[in-house]
Design a binder for this molecule. Structure first.
Ligand SMILES: [Zn+2]
Length: 120
């Protein structure tokens, strides 16, 4: 697993969270996409766009102060994959919904039954 801060080149624990070194958070759309491109994870292979050596190469250019020069094709690919993941929802969000949807269904059904009994 490798995640590089796009502002200072430090390694960080999560691609889209605050950097422990420079305290900057990727917020703008291009910064978010760049952060995703500069991370590599075995758990999320669909979000790996470049190799580990290429990430190291970009890290070196960030450290030396040169601007990030990411292939527009890779940027586009990352952008599409990221929006697809966003539409599907993260696994945590899905878990959250499966936890709450059940009691909500039960309450809805209960209200429906009462309604039917009252009407009858
Ligand atoms: Zn940083």
């Amino acid at each position: 697993m490798l995640r590089v801060c796009i502002y200072c080149g430090s390694h960080k624990p999560e691609a889209l969270e605050e950097c422990g070194k420079c305290a900057r958070v990727p917020r703008s759309h291009p910064d978010v996409i760049h952060s995703i491109i500069l991370s590599h994870s075995e758990d999320e292979p669909y979000l790996n766009f470049i190799g580990l050596d290429e990430i190291e190469g970009f890290r070196e250019s960030i450290l030396s102060g040169s601007p990030l020069n990411i292939d527009p094709r890779i940027f586009k690919e990352a952008e599409e994959a990221y929006s697809a993941v966003g539409t599907m929802g993260s696994p945590q969000a899905l878990q959250y919904f499966s936890r709450i949807s059940h009691p909500v269904m039960v309450v809805t059904l209960f209200v429906f039954i009462i309604f039917v009994l009252m009407g009858a």
